[in-house]
Design a protein around this ligand. Structure first.
Ligand SMILES: [Zn+2]
Length: 337
């Protein structure tokens, strides 16, 4: 598909590739108050737990670092060798145009800059993939090689990562519901849903690559199909962190799941009561940490640029769950709990 194909009469690319379409969002502006401010690259504390009665306080020694988009490093413990979980790590950030007026062209080449990735010197014991899109999975095969981590994803995600050269023996196919106990923490895989955008709401780059055959190596962003979506719960001493890699969900998939800290992204404009229903379902988490709110065509080593959904998310959280603490991190900031 050429750069100009798919333009409609208004000169705009059809919805499913634009910011609104790809992410299923509308950038409504809310009343928004000043966010919790933290300087980049520093460690900050969110202060005492604001948890609901009966819910555990943060265990201490828990560190969450944000690498933009839905890229998270969660360290359990304070030592240099503390167990580390990465979610959707994506550091290369090649130009996509996703947040431009025209949107991203499907034939945009994917790029993996190993120099940039290695520069962050990430360690990992587990890497959790929420879905197969370019802004979530492109760097994972390289990080699997350099960290030796176990990588969890659906059959499609795993097949695509195999095609991108990830070490086969580290890849683990999951489908949602699995629970894994590690020393000091556990990981639960949850089935989830991707947002649907555009005039005819649908998942961008939908599709699967199941089976035993390794697909051709992805070269464009369209080759990295969604492949099913997963959410994850990481439990540390009873303190539950839940991450959603996209702005959609089904109550059924989160049955019995509670969150003390929820990583939620803006969007979900065409999902009825997206924020309120999710916060209610998860028991009004003490901490709500926005994720996937930055324009990822902007540099990671500079302050995050809001693509336009943050204020509306903050306002929706305040309205639905006034007791929850909305903790916004900037690029490369660490939240210590
Ligand atoms: Zn996506």
């Amino acid at each position: 598909m050429s750069k100009t194909e798919g333009m409609n009469g208004t000169g705009r690319r059809p919805g499913f590739l634009t910011r609104r379409g790809l992410l299923g969002v509308t950038a409504a502006v809310g009343a928004g108050t000043a966010a919790t401010a933290m300087s980049r690259g520093t460690t900050a504390s969110a202060g005492p737990a604001a948890g609901r009665a009966g819910r555990p306080a943060p265990p201490g020694g828990l560190r969450l670092r944000w690498f933009g988009n839905n890229s998270w490093e969660i360290r359990v413990g304070t030592g240099a060798s503390a167990p580390t979980v990465l979610i959707d790590p994506w550091l290369t950030r090649f130009w996509t145009g996703t947040y431009s007026e025209a949107g991203a062209a499907p034939d945009t080449p994917i790029k993996v800059d190993t120099g940039v990735i290695d520069g962050y010197r990430l360690r990992a014991d587990q890497i959790l993939v929420t879905h197969g899109h370019y802004d979530h999975m492109t760097d994972v095969p390289h990080l699997a090689r350099t960290t030796g981590a176990t990588v969890f994803g659906t059959e499609t995600h795993v097949n695509l990562m195999r095609a991108m050269g990830a070490p086969d023996e580290q890849l683990s196919v999951v489908s949602g519901g699995e629970q894994l106990q590690y020393e000091g923490y556990s990981v639960q895989v949850l089935r989830s849903l991707h947002s649907m955008g555009g005039d005819h709401p649908r998942v961008a780059f939908a599709g699967t690559r199941p089976g035993q055959r390794i697909p051709e190596a992805p070269t464009t962003i369209a080759d990295l199909v969604e492949g099913g979506s997963l959410s994850y719960r990481i439990s540390v001493g009873g303190f539950d962190i839940v991450n959603l890699g996209s702005s959609n969900f089904s109550e059924h998939d989160f049955e019995g799941v509670r969150a003390d800290l929820l990583m939620i992204q803006p969007g979900g404009a065409n999902v009825p009561d997206y924020v309120a229903r999710l916060l209610d379902l998860l028991g009004h988490p003490a901490y709500v940490v926005p994720t996937h709110w930055d324009d990822f065509d902007e540099p990671l080593d500079r302050p995050a640029v809001d693509w336009g959904g943050l204020d509306a998310l903050r306002a929706a959280v305040r309205e639905a769950s006034p007791e929850s603490r909305f903790v916004k991190l900037d690029h490369l900031e660490t939240l210590s709990l």
